[in-house]
Design a protein. Structure first.
Lengths: 291, 229
């Protein structure tokens, strides 16, 4: 183990204790895993009658893959939309005009405080009234709710990204004769955007996960199509496991990408790249909220 | 305008909005309590020198953190209760409530763990070296030097996790807790579409009132207790 604040480099006796603890821990973990498997088997949940349908072509071709496509479609629209929204409102919060700053601030703080699910339910109802002819109201509601929530998070990221740049960057811009606005757009924002790229990739994970909330208003995403499968095949545990594995694989891939990016980009900006907490406000990092 | 407000007022009589918020607060309270215990245990595993425990902690965090909460909630009802027939309470109401609490707790425990771990990571190595240099052994060094700084550092992300937990308690709708806010709002909108905006404003305002004080308090605390470096 590399140097840590809590533990010194171990001597021979500690190494022996650690090894013993390691073996004991491994036995404990394997024991728990075996016990869970035995329990599952005792309740008949390991039978191929239940697992078989999960791996059938029919399940994937007609249900899970179309569901996954819908999940990715909603996520893609939501990500692009929240980027635009976040940039606009992030710049609004940094504006020289106080009223613009306040309006954007109140709007962003409001959107960050309201649960996404409430927004989805609201927009689903609203589109039912406003757009009676549109067939895919659930899709629109999911995308708009995700844009408003994640856009407001990205707006915060933009603001903290600019705030975390060394003060000299802005001062240098002003000294060479750029206006405040020009300094923001051509000196501060480009560097802030590079620094926030990893956190934004982490935000895609949040978007992907939250898109599954669309199930509650009847959007045909991956979880919803999974529910259709298990309500006919009677294997909720198995199908939900498969659906969760798809989400986990996608998200782990994105998290690895975010981590790589933050290492790669640290030389490209004067700010420290932020990786994001993956929940709530990504600027709430250890040691205090970043601006 | 007055008609609209009195109509909205009559909705408050027919639907238990305050009760719905109380349900979410209860879900949050119990979820946060269990998540804090579980998350601290996971964090201890992840910072321990024992590799197998570190591995389990990392696996837990990476799996739970990357699963949509909606799936966990559905799994609690359809997997744990329906398929495995694990008995947690006698009435439907308390069964769904407890399943939702467990779902919230296991999901947010992963984030609590990461918050605490990131708090430990804010402590510079020099602090440990200094503690050792003045003759403190492992436990005193951890108790007097490292952990107090780590907890101070973890306040901001922990507060952030608590806010997320409060907002995520609406996802209990997926665990059949049909008397919480999101489900109540859905029913209200379905049957009273002409009060759409008013109903949403009411629920949204409720969350703003609950969330903003937590945010202000934890930000203030984290800045007040921040270790100057």
């Amino acid at each position: 183990m590399s140097a840590s604040v809590l533990f010194d480099a171990p001597g021979p006796r500690t190494r022996a204790w650690t090894l013993a603890g390691n073996i004991l821990g491994a036995i404990l973990v394997i024991g728990v895993a075996v016990w869970v498997l035995l329990q599952l088997d005792a309740k008949g949940q390991l039978s191929w009658d239940l697992w078989g349908p999960v791996f059938s072509t029919r399940t994937w071709q007609y249900y899970l893959l179309p569901g996954l496509v819908n999940t990715l479609r909603a996520a893609a629209f939501a990500i692009v939309g929240s980027l635009v929204f976040g940039l606009l409102f992030g710049m609004g919060r940094l504006s020289q005009l106080a009223p613009v700053r306040w309006v954007c601030g109140v709007f962003v703080e409001f959107l960050r405080a309201v649960p996404v699910l409430l927004m989805m339910v609201f927009f689903y109802g609203l589109f039912g009234v406003l757009l009676p002819g549109v067939a895919d109201k659930a899709f629109l509601a999911v995308v708009v709710a995700l844009i408003l929530y994640n856009g407001s998070v990205i707006a915060e990221l933009v603001r903290s990204g600019v705030g975390n740049l060394p003060r000299g960057q802005r001062e240098a811009g002003l000294v060479v004769g750029l206006t405040e606005g020009q300094t923001l757009r051509s000196i501060q924002l480009p560097q802030a955007l590079v620094a926030m790229l990893p956190a934004m990739v982490s935000q895609i994970v949040v978007v992907l996960k939250d898109s599954a909330l669309g199930q509650i208003i009847g959007y045909q995403e991956l979880l919803r199509t999974g529910q259709i499968v298990y309500s006919s095949d009677g294997n909720p545990l198995q199908v939900l496991t498969a659906v969760a594995v798809v989400f986990i694989l996608l998200n782990v891939l994105l998290t690895v990408l975010a981590h790589r990016l933050s290492k790669l980009l640290s030389s490209r900006t004067a700010a420290t790249p932020l990786e994001g907490t993956g929940i709530g406000n990504p600027t709430a990092v250890a040691g205090g909220t970043k601006v | 305008m007055n008609d609209y407000l009195s109509g909205l007022g009559s909705l408050l009589v027919r639907y238990d909005v305050l009760g719905a918020f109380w349900t979410n607060i209860q879900l949050t309270f119990w979820g946060a309590l269990i998540a804090l215990v579980l998350g601290t245990a996971l964090a201890l595993m992840r910072i321990s020198p024992i590799a197998s425990l570190r591995w389990v902690g990392a696996a837990y965090v990476n799996i739970l953190r990357n699963t949509p909460l909606t799936i966990i909630m559905t799994f609690m009802v359809m997997g744990v209760w329906t398929a495995l027939q694990i008995h947690v309470a006698d009435t439907f109401e308390s069964t769904f409530f407890r399943l939702a609490v467990v779902g919230l707790a296991v999901y947010h425990a992963a984030f609590v763990c990461e918050s605490i771990r990131s708090g430990v990571n804010t402590v510079p190595l020099g602090q440990a070296e200094a503690a050792r240099a003045i003759g403190l052994s492992f436990l005193p060094a951890a108790r007097l030097i490292i952990l107090p700084q780590a907890f101070r550092g973890a306040i901001a992300p922990l507060g952030n996790t608590l806010i997320a937990l409060l907002k995520n308690s609406t996802v209990a709708a997926a665990a059949s807790v049909s008397w919480e806010t999101a489900s109540t709002m859905k029913t209200m909108i379905e049957f009273n579409p002409n009060f759409l905006w008013g109903i949403f404003a009411m629920f949204a305002l409720g969350y703003v009132i609950l969330v903003i004080p937590i945010g202000v308090l934890t930000t203030w605390l984290s800045q007040r207790l921040a270790v100057q470096r």
